[in-house]
Design a protein around this ligand. Structure first.
Ligand code: 5GP
Length: 202
């Protein structure tokens, strides 16, 4: 059967420290049909981050120019920094039938659900608030104030869980990743992204 497929827009959200970044990274490594949408941000790079791979790091003036050009599919202020998904990063792939992964916060995800209702949304949950707090400490990338801010934000984000299509509890990484792969494989067969010509005669 000769079919053509539209790409999938996969949105992974969840509080910082739930491991959504690691889940997404493994998916990108193993499933070459996926491309990461590199967001722009006004926050400073962390030591291990590579410009234009993890984020496009820009200043406020450049961010304002992109806003004025209507370049964003969605944008939001998260933990006091500005982030945005570029339409160009997403549609260059989707239109070719390739899949795109977005790692964005709940405010951004809600806007994407409005603008691209066929998107597949997955909310990654920690097994408990205690585990989330420990994980934020162990990864050692934020100071105590920043961790407190992220814990407060986590409560607000988890309230939005019901808007997402799937919930994924990241207790054991391998199990959570296997579940993510099942979701992705099932969604690849979703008829909304699947078209084929019906011949006039057989
Ligand atoms: P971090 O600064 O730790 O990389 O990201 C902080 C939060 O911002 C995470 O929840 C991440 O998913 C979210 N984020 C990253 N890029 C974007 C984006 O383009 N749009 C929105 N709305 N959130 C983003």
């Amino acid at each position: 059967m000769q079919e053509t497929r539209k790409g999938m827009l996969l949105v992974l959200s969840g509080p910082s420290g739930t491991g959504k970044g690691t889940l997404g990274a493994r998916l990108l490594e193993e499933d070459k049909s996926f491309f990461f949408s590199v967001s722009v941000t006004t926050r400073k790079p962390r030591d291990y981050e590579i410009p234009d791979v993890h984020y496009h790091f820009i200043d406020d003036a450049a961010y304002d120019r992109l806003l004025a050009e209507d370049a964003f599919l969605e944008h939001a202020t998260v933990h006091a920094h500005r982030y945005g998904t570029l339409k160009s990063e997403v549609y260059a792939h989707i239109d070719k039938g390739e899949n795109v992964l977005l790692d964005i916060d709940t405010q951004g995800a809600i806007k994407v659900m409005e603008n691209a209702p066929d998107c597949v949304t997955v909310f990654v949950l920690p097994p408990s608030y205690e585990v989330l707090y420990q994980r934020l400490h162990t990864r050692n990338t934020e100071d105590e104030d920043e961790i407190a801010k992220r814990m407060r934000n986590a409560r607000g984000e988890i309230r939005e869980l019901g808007r997402y299509r799937y919930a994924l509890i990241n207790d054991t990484f391998d199990e959570a990743y296997a579940t993510l792969r099942h979701i992705v494989e099932a969604e690849k067969q979703n008829t909304r992204r699947f078209f084929y010509e019906v011949p006039e005669k057989l």
